[in-house]
Design a protein around this ligand. Structure first.
Ligand SMILES: *[C@@H]1O[C@H](CO)[C@@H](O)[C@H](O)[C@H]1NC(C)=O
Ligand SMILES: *[C@@H]1O[C@H](CO)[C@@H](O)[C@H](O)[C@H]1NC(C)=O
Ligand SMILES: *[C@@H]1O[C@H](CO)[C@@H](O)[C@H](O)[C@H]1NC(C)=O
Ligand SMILES: *[C@@H]1O[C@H](CO)[C@@H](O)[C@H](O)[C@H]1NC(C)=O
Ligand SMILES: *[C@@H]1O[C@H](CO)[C@@H](O)[C@H](O)[C@H]1NC(C)=O
Ligand SMILES: *[C@@H]1O[C@H](CO)[C@@H](O)[C@H](O)[C@H]1NC(C)=O
Ligand SMILES: *[C@@H]1O[C@H](CO)[C@@H](O)[C@H](O)[C@H]1NC(C)=O
Ligand SMILES: *[C@@H]1O[C@H](CO)[C@@H](O)[C@H](O)[C@H]1NC(C)=O
Length: 477
């Protein structure tokens, strides 16, 4: 399939307005995915958009917990107004296909041999396209995953000659680890079609904006490579950094470690989380995360600090980690946190377990408290419009560890839907404090539905709530 070497803009009049579709260039030396071909257009004929692929085998060799012969393919394009037709050509034929999140309402259909089509009407959509010959089950995850990202048009491309911009143009760039940014760099720009083998770390108080539509990958680096501190992108130093638009792939540890105040992360896509410890995002106080896609094989989002906002995030939780993690570190202050419009498209904790799943590790739940936390002060945390697709082994596992001091109060879950959860067996939702100084009070589950049924009592939702260390945990429908 021919792929454009430069940005390609398609424009057409549609019902009285100008529709624009942008096809990105590809790194000239890179091979496209052999699993899927993706084509897009405002009408026929459609044009090919480059499809990247990351595979698990090099991580399997490092760590036997990583299943071999897995792949994630992905392709991105941008548009202002649609609708955009997306066509996917597969290696094996199928009967049915599905676009997740299902809340987007994009119907996928087979339009010919090994060919699927669907129509995308909104930009900032982050989709998984799935086929009935590889839907995954308790025996296996989806072996060859395909993600498609429809992005808004890019508006603020910096000048290549600006000395305060580190500019990565179309092509493959090897960085030999994590570049230490000093005060001379205010922007790191990774253009569409740029593939950067390496990462970045801020080292002083200069506010840095990372952006573009290119890719930053850890594929060339060993698990926990010593040339990196924590993550592909680390903005723990400074304040008010922005990470926007880029795709991060195959990290050597975390994707983003942004433990400084007031960072903004938007339209970032994280793919190819092979080993454990590929956590998604850790944010400092005042952090904002929006329109982001996270595939993580450890905690997707750390909910560790005050005044955080997390919205419009699509999550693929692999076999390990929590979706929203509040634990691990010894002290925790957590006030005024808002988490809304979240689509969790897979929670794969039980995959590769027996059919009944059995027990899970303490860090496997959507809302979780893991590790030996000693002090916690948590108040005014709101989850709203949370959609958990398919089988979700465990929604809440929030049990305080021994010796903890502190209170978790005023935590509200409003309008949460869970596709299904275990109806018997050991896996339950659990909430408890720990005597004598750990206490949970005033939690509300309003309109929590499981398999389409609103949960009005702890029993109906298979919640085990320790009544000696909690009070006023309510369910309402
Ligand atoms: C991966 O798949 C290939 C082809 O089916 C097979 O020969 C190989 O043994 C597999 N690799 C591993 C590590 O299982
Ligand atoms: C994204 O889509 C919206 C709604 O169709 C449109 O108004 C907006 O201009 C698009 N944004 C960009 C940056 O293309
Ligand atoms: C699909 O493939 C079969 C066998 O190769 C062929 O007979 C049929 O015409 C094809 N159908 C379409 C819609 O291309
Ligand atoms: C700052 O980083 C740039 C780009 O890596 C480098 O060229 C420059 O020498 C560095 N300046 C200092 C003072 O370290
Ligand atoms: C950082 O962001 C905060 C919150 O938006 C704002 O109040 C503050 O002025 C910003 N500081 C800088 C240096 O940009
Ligand atoms: C917890 O509180 C008790 C009683 O106030 C105190 O003795 C203990 O040192 C505290 N522990 C921690 C880890 O703060
Ligand atoms: C729960 O859902 C019902 C029906 O959709 C709605 O009337 C009610 O306001 C919702 N409650 C909350 C707290 O969102
Ligand atoms: C508290 O839980 C225990 C054990 O589950 C139960 O026997 C007891 O009746 C409960 N007390 C209240 C007040 O709900």
């Amino acid at each position: 399939m021919d792929v454009c070497p430069v940005i390609y803009l398609v424009m057409t009049m549609m019902g009285g307005y100008m529709a624009e579709l942008v096809i990105y260039p590809a790194p000239p030396t890179m091979e496209s995915s052999d699993k899927y071909e993706v084509l897009v257009g405002l009408g026929d004929p459609l044009l090919g958009t480059f499809t990247y692929k990351t595979t698990s085998n090099h991580r399997h060799i490092e760590n036997h917990y990583v299943h071999p012969n897995r792949s994630v393919s992905w392709s991105s394009f941008a548009f202002s107004r649609g609708p955009v037709i997306v066509e996917v050509r597969t290696q094996k034929d199928f009967s049915q296909c599905l676009v997740r999140p299902v809340s987007y309402g994009y119907a996928c259909s087979r339009v010919g041999n090994k060919t699927a089509r669907f129509t995308v009407t909104r930009n900032s959509t982050m989709m998984s396209v799935e086929f009935d010959n590889d839907y995954g089950s308790w025996k296996s995850d989806i072996v060859d995953k395909l993600l498609i990202f429809a992005e808004p048009l890019e508006r603020d491309v910096p000048s290549k000659s600006d000395p305060s911009v580190m500019f990565f143009d179309v092509g493959v760039h090897y960085l030999d680890g994590q570049v230490r940014l000093n005060s001379s760099i205010k922007e790191v720009y990774i253009s569409a079609g740029a593939f950067v083998d390496g990462g970045f770390i801020t080292t002083d108080n200069t506010k840095v904006k990372f952006h573009g539509r290119g890719i930053c990958s850890g594929r060339k680096y060993k698990f926990h490579d010593k040339r990196f501190q924590w993550s592909l992108i680390n903005t723990a130093q400074g304040t008010n950094h922005t990470i926007e638009g880029i795709t991060l792939s195959d990290p050597q540890q975390f994707f983003i470690f942004a433990q400084s105040p007031n960072n903004i992360i938007k339209q970032v896509k994280m793919v190819g989380a092979w080993p454990y410890n590929t956590d998604g995002i850790e944010m400092g106080v005042g952090g904002l995360v929006e329109d982001v896609f996270i595939m993580a094989n450890d905690d997707s989002l750390k909910v560790y600090n005050n005044d955080m906002t997390i919205q419009r995030v699509v999550i693929w939780q692999m076999q390990n980690g929590a979706v929203f993690q509040t634990g691990w570190w010894t002290e925790r202050d957590l006030h005024r946190v808002s988490i809304s419009n979240i689509d969790v498209i897979h929670t794969d904790w039980c995959t590769f377990h027996d059919r009944d799943c059995g027990m899970l590790s303490r860090n496997n739940a959507v809302f979780d408290l893991a590790g030996n936390v000693k002090v916690i002060n948590m108040n005014n945390v709101v989850f709203q419009n949370i959609r958990l697709e398919g089988f979700c082994p465990r929604f809440v596992f929030w049990t305080m560890p021994a010796g903890i001091n502190g209170t978790s109060s005023n935590v509200r879950f409003i309008d949460v839907s869970v596709g299904s959860q275990p109806s018997s067996g050991q896996l339950m939702n659990e909430i408890s404090g720990y005597k004598p100084n750990g206490y949970v009070s005033d939690w509300l589950f309003a309109n929590l539905s499981v398999s389409g049924r609103c949960i009005a009592t702890p029993n109906a939702g298979r919640f085990v709530i320790d009544n000696s260390t909690t009070s006023n945990i309510k369910f309402s429908c």
